[in-house]
Design a binder for this molecule. Sequence first.
Ligand SMILES: [Cu+2]
Length: 358
Amino acid sequence: MTGNIRKNHTAFTDRERERFLNAVFELQTTRSSRPHPNNVGGTVYGDFVAMHIEATWSGPAHGTSNFLPWHRQFLVEFEIALNQTSAAQRGPRVCLPYWDWTVDRQPDRTPWTDEWLGDDGTGLLGQVQRGRFGVPDNDLEHFLSPQTMARLRAADGISGLPPEEMAAVWQELDRRLADLPGELRNRWFVIRVVDNRPFLSRFFDLPLAPFLPFWERETEEQKQRRREREGEFFRDRGMGVLDVMDETAYDKFRPRLELDQHGTVHAELGGHMGGSGSPNDPVFWLHHCFVDKIWADWQAKQAARHPVAAPYLPLQGTETEPGYHQRFAPWNTMSAADLIDTARIRHPQHGRVGYVYR
Ligand SMILES: [Cu+2]
C-alpha cells in the first residue's frame, strides 16, 4: 500500500544518512518565502521551530490527547519539506529515521557520532562542536574579540563568568553574527526565540528544570556529578523500559508516554532539546519519530488484544482537547481520525504520504 518505510537510524545506509542530513541542512540554510512571525533566522527550518514554539506557548499540542496526532502531522509536514529539497530530488523518497532510546542510551554511542548528530555540548560556550550541525570551538575566533576569548579561557568557559560578563559575551556574539559572511552565518542557524544561544546546545543528563540556560544552573558540584554519571546516561530513569505499552486506554497511555518517556528524553538531553525551541536540534525528529512509532506499535498491540478499544480519546471534543474528528491548528487540515492509520495518511495538498515503521 505504501512504499514509505521509516527505519531505525542504525539501519540507514551511508547514502540514506547523507541524503537525510543534507536535506535537513538544506532546510536550515534556505530562506523561507513567507517566514513565520517568530522565525528570527528566516529559514525554512526556522518556520518549523517557530511553529513548535508557538504550539508550546498555547494550544493543545502538549499536555492533551492532541499531543500524539499533532506531532504526527508535524513530522509529516517536515518529511514533505525534506522531500522538496534538492538533496532529496534524485532517488527514493526521504523518510524520517527514528532513534530507539531504549536501546541506544549511552552518551558516546549513536546517534551522538560525527556521522549522525554530533556529540554533547562542550567548549568555551558549551556548544555542540562535532558533526554536520556542530560549530567548532575555534570558530569563536570569528565572533569574539581576542580580549573576550582570553577572558573565556581564563574562566574555563562561559559558566565560569559572573552573570554580567556572560550577558556581555552574548551581546558581543549577537552583534558580530549579523556581520558574518553567509557561509559562516549558516553554521550558526539556531532560532533564538527562547534563549540567546546562536549555536546548537546540548547538556546531557542534567537532572534539573530544563528551561533555563545551563550556565545559570550548574554548580561545580553538579558538573562533577554529571561527569561521573555520564556513563549511566538514561539508565536510572526508566528509559530502557517501555511499560506504557501495557496501558489499555489511550487516556492512560498518552500522558505516561508524553511525560514519563518523551519528556524525560527532552530533559535528559538538555540544551535546546530542553525547551520549546527543541526542533532546533535535529535529534528532535529522530526522537519524535520513535515516540510516533510507539503510538503505532501500541495501537497494533491493543487492537489485537481488544478489538473494540479506541485508538484515540476523547471521541467528542472537550474544551481543552480536540475530538477524534476535529481538525486542529495550526494546519486545520486533518483530525486524529485522518492520522490514525499511518499507512493511509493523505495530505490535502501532497496526496499519499503514508508510511509504516520497521
Ligand atoms: Cu512538541
